[in-house]
Design a protein around this ligand. Sequence first.
Ligand code: 2AM
Ligand code: CA
Length: 270
Amino acid sequence: MDRIVQEIEQAAREAGEIIRSAHGTELGVENKEGRANFVTRYDTMVQEFLTRRLREIIPDARFLGEESGMDRFVPGDEEGYLFVIDPIDGTTNFIHNMHPHVTSIGLFKDGQPWAGVVYAPVTDQLFSAQRGCGAYENGRRIHSSRQGLSENIMLTGTSGFSMSAFAVSQKLTAAFQERCQGYRSTGSAEYNLCMVASGRAGGYCEMKLGLWDFAAGSVILEEAGGRITDYHGNPLSYREESGIIALCEGLAKDENMPDTGAYWDMWDGK
Ligand code: 2AM
Ligand code: CA
């Protein structure tokens, strides 16, 4: 693994220290645009910390992150290095002192995901991958499950932002429920991708995610032999928010998978 990735791992651990230190302090919760969309003092603090810290690692890198108004892919971002960061993914869990909430750092090279680091401070789990070099959890190589749907559990998104997306998501979840060993919902997209990458869950579906919610985990999952696409099975653009279907190696080949595209088409997009 490149030295750059090892240094990013260190930065993610340091961000995790800040998140761990939040326990028992004033979190400063505020509402953002839309339903169930929160930001805390710590989201802002960790993003500022990472922007400074990651700039030491790659001085000429560009930044895209959930907080502080730099949340769009803009002209110029497709050249050279671009960090795509979510200081806290799973903010609602963080507010309620529930696991998982993670720090997530994706690194794009010339407009495509090249490396990803996800750190879960509560459980001290560090997931990382670099294109072509495999995926790792705390230094151990990981691979997604090679078994099919009937041998796996599924992860489903919470769709807190939209009741119509939630309703469709529940229908798809019911279709999975019939064919797999049950479903779970964790509240952190990046952590879910790492759960699929490490063979704990078979797959994960979510109808709308920001780029920072899957930038790091997508590399980790693909390097673990899995696949990530939109609901119709098309490659992701990696330019904007997206619905995602993340599958382990076994589910990507399973003929008993529900037609996720048909469920996507039921959603009014609101
Ligand atoms: P967050 O904690 O960084 O906000 C929950 O299933 C996942 O959806 C989390 O990763 C969460 O990220 C993300 N999420 C929460 N609200 C969202 C919104 N309004 N739009 C898109 N993604 C959201
Ligand atoms: Ca976040």
